[in-house]
Design a protein around this ligand. Structure first.
Ligand code: PLP
Length: 386
């Protein structure tokens, strides 16, 4: 590699710039900063794109998931099924409701719920299941539905804005969908999230729960003709409102989502083609039923054939200036859950392997052709040393 100029390529960078900056100006100049007209516009656009009746903006996917569980009535004594390979907050929100996390194993090829492991996790206390559309690939919802029947499905679509399954968008596949606009996701508002549903009653409840459980919105209250009205509160709610500043950025980002995903798809295909001949790299697995959202491009390293272990490979790539990360983690192996439920890593062997052998490589909209080529060259140079 000595003749190649060394580069530095981060794992991800949000694609924000002048458009997003200018978009915040209206809100700042108008003085209406919290949830108001921009949030409503962002929600309407998001709902349209994901083919749902309602979209409600909140502060993160974590708070979206929390509200979803509260809205369907998850409480102490209940169980909620969560995949054992996901960001920790998918599990944490269950504990916020005082309920029990029941992990289900994942498939090493799709990184999503292993449907074969699901039946045995269902009990008469199962109140909900949270399938995760990890890295932008939807869970196999039809197969999951066959097993869970009418147990409510809360989609963790944190990575899956714009993705779809058999032609149906993420967020429209279950009872409630939850999305993230953290800068590591395909579109961002800094921090932020969205809840989707087609259910009128749940929508009303979710909308009130994110605003302290208030009976009317801030906008209705301040723009109405009755200044003496304070909302009534019938519920224990939260302040999970998104600001108009964030929504202004979200509107611009959402307009670019389709283009972002097309570009990501093109580069994902490029990577997959380049690694075809390398027998120790298993590239992301999906078929024509799925439109992948490509929040991350995640490889699975077959250490029985690879010249280096996954961790050594990551170190070597880091030395060459290519950032990598484990795909995500297995919450059942994290101290908190391992101890709380007395779980061993091998209780969920699929999730354990994904935890140990997954490797996310750079793929983001600001990346240039020569950056992709550099990543491939670096990996090839390691392969040739085999
Ligand atoms: C990022 C992520 C979350 C959390 O999203 P926030 O908006 O940061 O709260 C939850 N679940 C999955 C699968 C994620 O990737």
């Amino acid at each position: 590699m000595s003749e190649i100029q060394k580069k530095y390529i981060p794992i991800s960078l949000p694609d924000t710039g002048e458009d997003e900056w200018l978009a915040t100006k209206d809100s700042i100049m108008s003085g209406w900063l919290t949830a108001g007209p921009k949030v409503r516009e962002f929600e309407a656009n998001f709902a349209k794109l994901h083919q749902v009746k309602y979209a409600m903006a909140v502060t993160s996917a974590t708070t979206a998931l929390h509200l979803a569980l509260v809205a369907i009535g998850v409480k102490p004594g209940d169980e909620v099924i969560v995949p054992a390979f996901t960001w920790i907050s998918t599990a944490n929100v269950v504990l916020y409701c005082g309920a029990k996390v029941v992990f289900v194993d994942v498939d090493r090829r799709t990184f999503n719920i292993d449907v074969k492991d699901l039946q045995s996790k269902i009990t008469d206390r199962t109140k909900a299941i949270i399938p995760v559309h990890l890295f932008g690939l939807c869970s196999d919802i039809d197969e999951i539905k066959k097993i869970v029947k009418d147990i409510p499905i809360i989609e963790d679509g944190a990575c899956a804005a714009g993705a779809s399954y058999k032609g149906r968008p993420a967020g429209s596949l279950g009872t409630i969908g939850c999305f993230s606009f953290h800068p590591r996701k395909s579109i961002t508002t800094g921090e932020g999230g969205m809840i989707t549903t087609n259910d009128d009653k749940l929508a009303e409840l979710l909308s009130s729960l994110r605003n302290h459980g208030a009976s009317i919105s801030e906008e209705e209250r301040h723009n109405g003709s009755k200044p003496y009205i304070l909302p009534d509160f019938n519920l224990l709610g939260f302040n999970y409102r998104m600001t108009d500043l964030q929504a202004s950025v979200g509107i611009v980002q959402l307009n670019k989502l389709t283009k972002f995903i097309e570009e990501r798809n093109k580069w994902a295909e490029y990577y997959t083609k380049q690694f075809e001949e390398i027998d120790w790299i298993i590239t992301p697995s999906y078929n024509e039923n799925y439109k992948h959202g490509w929040q991350s491009y995640v490889l699975y390293i077959d250490e029985s054939k690879s010249p280096l272990t996954r961790n050594k490979l990551m170190e070597k790539l880091q030395d060459l200036g290519v950032s990598t990360r484990p795909g995500t983690h297995a919450p059942h192996m994290l101290h908190f859950y391992a101890q709380k439920y007395n779980i061993k890593p091998d209780d969920f062997p699929g999730a354990k392997d994904c935890n140990n052998y997954s490797m996310s490589i750079p793929l983001f909209n600001k990346m240039k052709i020569e950056d992709y080529e550099y990543v491939v060259n670096c990996i090839n140079s390691i392969n040739l040393k085999k």
